[in-house]
Ligand binder design. Structure first.
Ligand code: ADP
Length: 330
């Protein structure tokens, strides 16, 4: 594991872990790894409940090896998560850092998305060592090719879409299936390829050309296709009214299915458990070394860490090649 930079700022004796932003399956595996690895490294560990809001409310608990027993296979987050507006203000961050100092917390591991990283960066500016771990089902963190929860979410969504596809075929219907990913089309792209969807509407690629979709349905029907599956990422229009318009224009019965939060829950897959465990332990290791303002990433087959600032500045786009494949192999 190559750790790029980082400096030993101060001696680290006690660290804390929190989960922030949207929950994701595998967060518990990461918490468990943080706690047990840090204890193995000789540190004391605390848990902060409900993200930055819990920090400001001083919902801080002692954690030991036993606190994380029987959690590796559980979805959600045992620490709870929340969004905290007060942490967007300098005053809120300052108070958060003071609370950390009051509780003897030298470093905090933040499991969450880009927004949560900004909170970690702000805390680091106030003298608390921080390390971010990517936790989001959306895969929309640029510095890493893996985020905790994505694998479980796409498998859950894929299984649900397979079921809708069965009934859609039997009834010769058109189906609009909405998956999560308001700003990022990764779930839609992966599920679209995995289920052989006929149309993929991704925020990064959608051209708002509904007529093109309608023409595609009509052409496919002429070719003898018995169903038409459209995977729609959350941010794109309103699936139910889109289904109504498609039905009116094509005369083919069209139903919308919105998968919603079922994609966020459930027991994490093997991959999510293993990667989350590795990243949680990695975060504990670099925090033990005295590094701060870092995020753990998985890139080019390696677990590495980057400066938060640099990580947040990176750009990530949907693979044009995979999108092209999805469109040609329908
Ligand atoms: P995610 O981490 O999944 O991207 P959010 O964007 O909602 O989720 O961020 C989670 C929380 O992180 C916010 O509610 C807030 O407490 C904190 N946060 C987000 N942006 C900032 C920021 N610029 N400065 C400080 N804290 C922030």
């Amino acid at each position: 594991m190559a750790a790029k930079t980082g400096k030993a700022k101060k001696s680290i004796e006690t660290i804390a872990v929190l989960t922030s932003g949207g929950d994701a399956p595998g967060m518990n595996a990461a918490i468990r790894a943080v706690v047990r690895r840090a204890i193995a490294n000789g540190l004391k560990v605390k848990g902060i409940k409900k993200g930055y809001q819990g920090l400001l409310d001083e919902e801080i608990i002692e954690m030991d090896n036993h606190s994380v027993s029987d959690t590796i296979g559980r979805g959600g987050t045992i620490l709870g998560t929340a969004r905290c507006l007060e942490f967007h203000e300098e005053e809120g961050v300052k108070r958060g850092a003071e609370i950390c100092k009051k509780h003897g917390i030298d470093g905090v591991i933040v499991i969450g998305g880009d927004g949560s990283y900004r909170g970690a960066q702000a805390l680091a500016r106030h003298g608390i060592n921080t390390v971010g771990v990517p936790g989001t089902i959306d895969l929309d963190i640029s510095c890493t090719e893996y985020t905790i929860g994505f694998d479980t979410a796409i498998n859950t969504a894929m299984e649900a879409i397979d079921k809708v596809r069965d009934t859609s075929t039997s009834h010769e219907r058109c189906s609009v299936i909405e998956v999560m990913g308001r700003h990022a089309g990764y779930i839609a792209l992966w599920c679209g390829i995995a289920t052989g969807a006929d149309d993929l509407l991704l925020p990064e690629k959608y051209d708002y050309d509904e007529q093109r979709i309608i023409n595609n349905i009509i052409d496919n029907r002429k070719l003898g296709k018995t169903h038409h599956l459209i995977i729609n990422a959350e941010g794109i229009g309103h699936s139910t009214s889109m289904a109504r318009r498609i039905e009116a224009a094509t005369g083919i019965e069209t139903r919308a299915t919105i998968l919603g939060y079922l994609q966020r829950g459930g027991n994490p897959t093997c991959k999510d458990r293993v990667y989350a465990t590795t990243m949680g332990a990695y975060a504990a290791d670099i925090l033990t070394e005295g590094k701060s303002n870092r995020v753990v990433c998985y890139r080019n087959g390696e677990f590495i860490d980057d400066d938060i600032e640099e990580a947040l500045a990176m750009q990530k786009t949907i693979s044009d090649y995979q999108y092209e494949i999805a469109k040609t192999i329908q």
